[in-house]
Structure formats: C-alpha cells, structure tokens
Design a binder for this molecule. Sequence first.
Ligand SMILES: C[S@@+](CC[C@H](N)C(=O)[O-])C[C@H]1O[C@@H](n2cnc3c(N)ncnc32)[C@H](O)[C@@H]1O
Length: 396
Amino acid sequence: MEQIKEILKNILEEKKLIKMVFGSARKKTIPYHKIIIRPIIIKDQFYYQVEYHYKDKVIHENLNPEDLILLCCDFMIMDFKQLNIYAINEDIQILAANPNDPKVLKSKPSKKKVDLSHNKKKQYIIPDNEPCDFLIRLGVSDYNGKVFQKHYSKFRQINKFLEIVDDSFESLDTSKTIKVIDFGCGKAYLTFALYHYLRIIKGLDVEIIGLDLKEDVIEFCNKIAQELEFDKLKFLIGNIKDYASDQADMVVTLHACDTATDFALINAVKWKSQIILSVPCCQHELFNQIKETLHAPLFKHGILKDRFTEILTDGIRGLKLEAAGYDVKMIEFTTLEHTSKNIMIKAVKSKPVATSSETEKDVKETAARKNKALKANEEYEALKKYWHINPTIDSL
Ligand SMILES: C[S@@+](CC[C@H](N)C(=O)[O-])C[C@H]1O[C@@H](n2cnc3c(N)ncnc32)[C@H](O)[C@@H]1O
C-alpha cells in the first residue's frame, strides 16, 4: 500500500492531477460502482472533488489533498481494484487486486489540463476563443478562435461528437495505426474534427478517410486537408454501397440518408470494426413495407407513421448489431434544437477473450455474450415477421 500512497502523495500534493478514476469494485455490496476525482477551485480555494457514481445518482464531496490521500487509500483497500490516474506529466494505471503488491503501469499523458473554476462554463474538448486551424478554415470561428454566432450549434455538435469518441476510445488498439472511415462525410466538419482530436490532441497514428458521392465536396475537402497539412486525412468520391477498398477500426456515418446507413453498418460489421458511430436519417425504407392492422388507425397520419418507421428502422439496426456481437447504445447526439435527427447508434465490439489465458469468468462472459447475440437475433426476426418487413440491414 505504501507504493500507492507515495504515487498519490506525489500527484495530489504537487497538484499534477487532471482526473483519476477508481473502478473494478472488490465486492458486489459496494454501493457505488465508480469514483471520479478532479481538482477544482471554489472561491479561490483549491480542492479535490470526489464524484461517487451510484446506480441512479451521482454525489459530490470536496476535500483538501491530505484528507483525499487517506480516503483514496481506503478506496483501494476496501472498495476498488483499479485506479487510473491522468496527471499533467503522465498516465498511471494501478492494478491492485492485492493492494500491498500493486502492478503500476505508466504511459505518456493523454489528457490536457482544464480550467478549474467550479461553476465554469461548459468545457469543450475544442474550446471557444482558442484558435483551432480547421475551425478557422471551415469558417466556424474567426482567427482568434471566436466561434461565429451562426455556427455555434455546429460547434456544439462537433464537441458533442468528440466527447462521444472520447468515451468510446478505450476499446481501440492505439498501438497500431487506427483506421477510420467517415461514410457520407459531406463538408466534413466532423471528419476534420476527428482528425484534429485523434492526431493532434491525442497524438495517435491515424488514417482517416471521408467518403461521399459528391465530387465538388470531395475536391473542396481534399484542398482544405492539404492546406492544413492533415497528411493522413483523405477524401474519396464513392458510394458507400460499393466501397470495398479498405477495412476500418472505427466507422462513422452521420446523417447518411436512408439505406446508405445500412450499407455503412454492413461494411463495418464485415470488417469487425471496433467502434461504429452512426446517426441515421431519412429512414424511409420501411414506410411502405410495414403492414399490421392494430396500428393502422395511427398510421393513417403520415407523420406518425414516419416517426414510427424511424424508430423501428433504428431499433432493428441496433438488434442486428447486437446479434453481430456489438454492445449497442442509442444516445442523444445533439439537442433537438440543432436537428431532429439526433439519435446516435453507438456500437462497440466486445473484446474477444484470449483463448490461451481463458479463466472461468471469461468462459461465462463469452457464453453470456453469445446468448445475448442469439436473443437479439430472435427479437430481430420476430419484429421482422410481425411488421412484414424486408429491411436492407437483413443482409448483414
Ligand atoms: C446530410 S449530409 C451529412 C454530412 C456529414 N456527415 C454531417 O453529418 O455533417 C449526407 C451526406 O451523405 C452523402 N451520401 C448519401 N448517400 C451516400 C452514399 N450512398 N454514398 C456516399 N455518400 C452518400 C451525401 O452526398 C451527403 O453529402
């Protein structure tokens, strides 16, 4: 335990902490499943804020460094087996199944220091009022980094997207080149943002491709990528449906219309992409397919049938991805104020268990995953039969 205490003392007393996260609970009876600690300043006083994550609530407590070190030691002994520390100079992972003999892994810092004021304005990954080359070049901000009022919702959308990427990030293998494809990239605000985030902020080895049908848009995007010297970002003309050139670790498809989303998802699953981020739109395919008598009186109103079709389309896409071994979440992408097309399908591939070191727990997890996938497929088939539909995603 002394080794952990020394690390904490060094980081906390020297005020090097950006964030730390306790996870992997020792017992099921521990009421909270995660604890996050960050430095904050309240009325000019420096504190550490402890955030307790319970099943359905989050509670905060502000402590000074001395009290916090003792509390952290208690957390490690009693409650958690793992601690991830993000400091300004390094990342440290402590694996402490036995707190007296912990495994300590150190790596380069992955997080940037942030503004510490307590009631601060929302801190974006790409902040307002700080010059950012691609935002300037795309006309979202001026040369001083001030975001133009009319582009503020785009700016928020970019940051929200990067927060989602940041959240899913752990499941990528960052020891090799990360390949990303943005299907239906359009003017590519989000493709440029992704490059900026992965390559410039995170310093990762990436290759990003933006694909779109429109020649003029692709020419425009390639020109900007060259001007910005984003040398690992390329834009190609092509149809998602026919794209067969390369595999990708992450597939992004934002607002690609109707079945274009399905072709993007089909490609991603075929490549076993680790992360899929998809915001579908114009889900028209099933509108003329659904047949069912009970709901017919509701569907005489086109707008209700349209909304229902959207939900059914995305719901069955989610099930198909689950059936293919993905953990699927439907999340709000932007607030409705920006666009009504705001549901994101976030699918992350469950990591396979290395067969040579398989434990009893791994075997159980693999079996649970298989059952989940089988159940999702049954649910998918039942819905298909009930609504008499034949969706494009079926060919997955
Ligand atoms: C609404 S825009 C979205 C642009 C960008 N992804 C965003 O969210 O800001 C949709 C883009 O998808 C492209 N698109 C639609 N179907 C496509 C397909 N089958 N193959 C490639 N691109 C497609 C369109 O040309 C258009 O630029």
